[in-house]
Write a protein that binds this ligand. Structure first.
Ligand SMILES: *Cc1c(COP(=O)(O)O)cnc(C)c1O
Length: 516
């Protein structure tokens, strides 16, 4: 195996890598599987799981993918609690972590913080289920990854003897910023700085960030829209003078976005957990397939379902649901990925994406050909589009179905699900319900519900045909009385919490903030 690329990594990785090899040999003798990761663009870039999590992106610009899929032991796993199941799934992928550490991390993550509702499955009507992934601290599914990954990152640094400070910069349109703050707050050796557009988030989203506790966090409003904030942060990442200056202080910049393997792996767990609950309730015969419909942006959540299927979970179709930014619908139908199109701001903002980064991982898995993938990604960068060959498209269509719904359809779906099934959902989940209907097979359908409806109270109220008050908190109260249920506590208390961060900066000042 080539390790040249790994040794090129900074800090003590070269030494550690040799050490890890020794340990790996011993593990192999004991019959344990060792999972290695390689770049989607170069099979010779091979790293351990700790390195994949610490580095995020491969040096060649590719994403790290596991070299094989661990086999699930469905019978042994079917009665496990959510944290126990998480430990089993993660054990197969994160083979240079101590299994006991993974168990403790999973217990500390998916217990109280999720109100005892990790992996909660709700029946909507016969054959249709909602996997509610928003019972975590920030009320969006990103908590599943961002509550666990920080612990994995801290441990990766220990595994690799890395003592430098990791400074995480996040440009956010809302959900990711808060989930990252909540996940990394208070962790040793890690700092988080979040940049959000001054006029681009809801009042609730802004307060979720501005009231964040912890002395390793900082939050800035940036004059401009999301693109201005994101461009400013990207410039800082690409600025070698920033890296040099920080290196003198033993600080290294990192990002928290969803291309990191540490964000993907935790999401595999809930597909298994949902299947086991359906089997337990007799909604699916053991071993028979279940379909999943996933509201998709960066293709991370749905890709986790693909991994679950490769591990042996009986999944029929994975249905990729998009909003009006339907670049993935077109791709899965035609094989052409064309990002040269109008960008629409929708009522499901976390799906407003034209370049779905994690699709690159799927392309690698279905082709097994890194040079092909590197070629397509180069075309995308240069021309804004690429077309896969017929064989690759057929392989994708075997596992994936797709569809899209615009804001009006999503709003109508919120209304219909509430009127017909008394089920209240947010605009992202509604897009998936819409698409799920058109993609139904004989199998039960599970829709991944990715955000609490109370995160978007004004849009949800309007969809229900109610008057929406101006302020988010008034809207939250109005929605609670209209729907006869309470808003999540973590959102209600925001109104009373002290604002810690109220600085607004210009995009040009992001560099100074990153160097502070
Ligand atoms: C991030 C997000 C999505 C999209 O998930 P991807 O993994 O990026 O595909 C969908 N819904 C909500 C509420 C989100 O926050």
């Amino acid at each position: 195996m080539e390790v040249g690329e790994c040794i090129a990594f900074k800090t003590h990785s070269a030494l550690i890598f040799h050490y890890k090899h020794k340990q790996n040999e011993e593990n192999t003798k004991m019959g344990c599987m060792i999972m290695q990761y390689q770049s989607t663009r170069n099979p010779n870039t091979v790293v351990s799981s700790s390195q994949a999590i610490l580095r995020g992106l491969a040096p060649d610009g590719g994403l790290f993918v596991p070299q094989s899929f661990p086999k699930a032991d469905l019978q042994a796993w079917r009665n496990l609690s959510y944290p126990e199941l998480a430990q089993e799934v993660l054990k197969g992928f994160l083979t240079d972590y101590d299994p006991e550490f993974l168990g403790t991390a999973a217990r500390n993550t998916y217990g109280e913080a999720f109100g005892g509702k990790a992996g909660h499955l709700e029946k909507v009507h016969d054959g249709l289920y909602a996997l509610e992934l928003w019972h975590g601290p920030t009320c969006a599914f990103k908590d599943y990854a961002l509550q666990l990954m920080p612990k994995l990152l801290v441990q990766a640094k220990k595994n690799l003897d890395c003592t430098e400070t990791t400074r995480i910069l996040v440009a956010t349109s809302g959900d990711t910023g808060k989930a990252a703050l909540a996940g990394y707050a208070g962790l040793e050796g890690i700092e988080v700085e979040v940049f959000y557009p001054n006029a681009g988030t809801s009042e609730i989203q802004r307060l979720q960030m501005a009231t964040q506790q912890g002395n390793n966090v900082a939050v800035y409003a940036v004059n401009g829209n999301f693109d201005d904030a994101q461009t400013g942060v990207k410039q800082v990442f690409g600025d070698s003078s920033v890296a040099e200056e920080l290196e003198k202080r033993e600080i290294r910049l990192s990002s928290a976005n969803s291309i990191n393997w540490g964000r993907l792996a935790p999401q595999i767990v809930y597909y298994f957990y949902a299947y086991f609950r359906l089997a337990e309730n007799g909604a699916v015969e053991w071993g028979k397939p279940v379909d999943f419909c996933v509201p998709t942006g960066n293709f991370g959540d749905i890709l986790a379902g693909y991994y679950a299927k490769q591990m042996g979970l009986p999944i029929g179709k994975l249905v990729c649901a998009s909003n009006r930014n339907n670049v993935l619908t077109d791709f899965i139908r035609t094989g052409t990925y064309d990002a040269r199109r109008t960008f629409y701001k929708t009522t499901s903002p976390s799906m407003d994406i034209l370049v779905s980064s994690n699709l690159e991982r799927l392309l690698y898995h279905v082709t097994g050909d890194a040079s092909k993938v590197a070629g397509w990604m180069a075309e995308l960068a240069a021309e804004g589009k690429y077309t896969v060959d017929a064989e690759t498209l057929a392989a994708i269509q075997k596992d994936f179905a797709c569809g899209c719904a615009d804001d009006a359809q999503s709003a109508e779906e919120i209304h219909t699900r509430y009127a017909a099934d008394h089920y209240l959902c947010d605009p992202h989940t509604a897009v998936a319900f819409c698409v799920a209907e058109s993609a139904r097979t004989a199998a039960p359908m599970v829709v991944l519900s990715t955000a609490s409806p109370f995160k978007f109270p004004r849009d949800v109220l309007k969809a229900l045909g109610e008057q929406a008050p101006e302020g988010d908190f008034a809207a939250m109260d109005a929605l609670a009385s209209a729907a006869g249920c309470e808003a999540p506590r973590s959102l209600r208390v925001l109104k009373e919490m002290p604002v810690r961060f109220d600085r607004t900066i210009d995009p040009a000042d992001i560099r100074t903030a990153a160097l502070k």
